[in-house]
Design a protein around this ligand. Structure first.
Ligand SMILES: [Zn+2]
Length: 77
């Protein structure tokens, strides 16, 4: 399995492709997908990039919210 990117040595993430019904490995730095044979299949598309960024934003926001709650609880105690 291509756990690491050949171009930048960064970790690849397995992303299941619902249309092709296969798992491709994404390098977030190079923004491309390889298959299990480490062959580049395609680049990360604009919409996929936006979707990933949106998810990341949600994740960040939820951390901020949780942090706020904890601080508030401490204040009450
Ligand atoms: Zn890479």
């Amino acid at each position: 399995m291509p756990l690491f990117c050949k171009q930048c040595n960064d970790r690849r993430l397995p992303i299941f492709q619902t249309t092709e019904k296969i798992t491709l490995w994404l390098c977030e730095k190079c923004e491309n997908f390889v298959d299990s044979q480490d062959i580049i299949i395609r680049e990360l598309t604009k919409s996929e990039k936006d979707e990933r960024n949106a998810k990341l934003e949600n994740f960040k926001n939820s951390i901020v919210l949780t942090g706020e709650k904890k601080t508030r609880r401490k204040g009450v105690n």
